[in-house]
Design a protein around this ligand. Structure first.
Ligand code: NCD
Ligand code: ZN
Length: 354
């Protein structure tokens, strides 16, 4: 039976990398076409660690979105937590209407994370206490980084080694477990119930659609390599089940992470999937495959805004049930294009603005 077109409330992307300069100008339109708001990550070089730097970055994003024809796009930021983040900076951030949290990158975990936190409970106590007091969210890249822990086990280990002690010490701290990839993380988030809930999770399209075989299909496929890395099939199934179950504590965050083709197709290729141009199509495909398309609206357009205490968007978008072939590459930097996720593949959906 052919699928029907789907009309839903305008969605938001609660985990996004936009970069800066030429790269920002090249990619912001793709997100702004599909999403009304986005929570933009601070892992620039140097990282965005202060409210002052954050305001300047928000202004550059708004200018780039306007130049791309989307003055209505509303960016939000999470600032980069470091060992030196002060309680005063957290207080300033909490008063800023477009700063929603601080992002924890364990040092060395991923792209541009060398300024990341070396010892969360040991070094960030003052900042965490102030976040707990003000209600600012801690956005977690939840992976341990010790060399002896297998790369596929780093998220599950993070729960036991870091998340449980963190939450024991700061029980009222509000947390988004970003881009979860494992059954353990989905179960952990699901398990906390009740009206005083403090934890939610974002989920990417690639972790709903693909398991780790995808990285090695017929050869090594750098454009499917991201962090946290794709996992085994039972983990993918657990993430799909979490969305299908309709729990309000899971929401859309693409983790679209643009890198130029030359830096992905290299002897040491960067981590990150560029999904923005077809993000909603990919999520629609994942939910349609799991026979739960009706959950797309809450997942993409309601759960995240509610967790962040923001109003739901007005307006609607449409996902047409018709074939669309994804370009093999798109313009990015001068003489260095970008390869989007699912490049060259034909999807059964096409996004249209309401
Ligand atoms: C992100 C990036 O490139 O900035 N990469 C990724 O694989 N997701 C960093 C991150 O979110 O871990
Ligand atoms: Zn990310």
């Amino acid at each position: 039976m052919p699928l029907d077109d789907l009309r839903i409330r305008t969605p938001d992307d609660w985990h996004l990398h936009l970069r800066d300069g030429d790269a920002l100008r090249a990619v912001v339109g793709a997100t702004a076409r599909q999403f009304r708001r986005a929570l933009v990550m601070p892992n620039l070089r140097p990282p965005v660690t202060t409210v002052a730097a954050g305001e300047a970055y928000l202004k550059r994003i708004r200018e780039a979105a306007t130049m791309a024809g989307h003055p209505e796009f509303e960016p939000y930021l999470t600032l980069y937590l470091t060992d030196n983040t002060t309680a005063e900076e957290v207080r300033r951030a909490a008063q800023h209407p477009h700063i929603l949290g601080f992002k924890l990158y364990p040092a060395g975990a991923t792209t541009n994370s060398d300024s990341g936190v070396t010892d969360l409970l040991g070094k960030c106590g003052a900042a965490l206490a102030e976040m707990e007091r003000t209600g600012l969210v801690l956005n977690l890249h939840g992976e341990v980084t010790h060399a002896e822990v297998d790369v596929f086990d780093r998220e599950a280990r993070f729960i036991d080694d870091q998340l449980l002690p963190l939450r024991a010490r700061y029980p009222a701290l509000r947390i988004v477990f970003e881009h979860i990839t494992t059954r353990e993380a989905a179960q952990y988030v699901q398990a906390e119930a009740g009206e005083h809930r403090r934890i939610a999770a974002s989920i990417t399209p690639q972790h709903l659609l693909y398991n780790r075989n995808r990285i090695f299909q017929g050869g090594i496929r750098p454009h499917d390599y991201c962090l946290p890395v794709l996992k085994r099939e039972p983990h993918r199934e657990a993430l799909v089940a979490a969305v299908k179950g309709g729990s309000p504590w899971f929401f859309l965050g693409t983790d679209s992470a643009p890198h130029a083709q030359s830096t992905k197709e290299a002897s040491c290729g960067c981590a990150g999937c560029y999904s923005s141009p077809v993000a909603m199509e990919l999520y629609a495909m994942a939910l349609a495959q799991a026979d739960c398309l009706p959950q797309l609206e809450a997942f993409a357009s309601e759960n995240g805004a509610r967790f962040y205490g923001l109003p739901l968007n007005e307006g609607q978008v449409v996902l047409r049930a018709e074939a669309q072939t994804i370009p093999k590459s798109l313009p990015y930097l001068p003489n260095d294009p970008i390869v989007p996720l699912a490049a060259g593949e034909t999807l059964g959906w096409r996004f249209e603005r309401g």
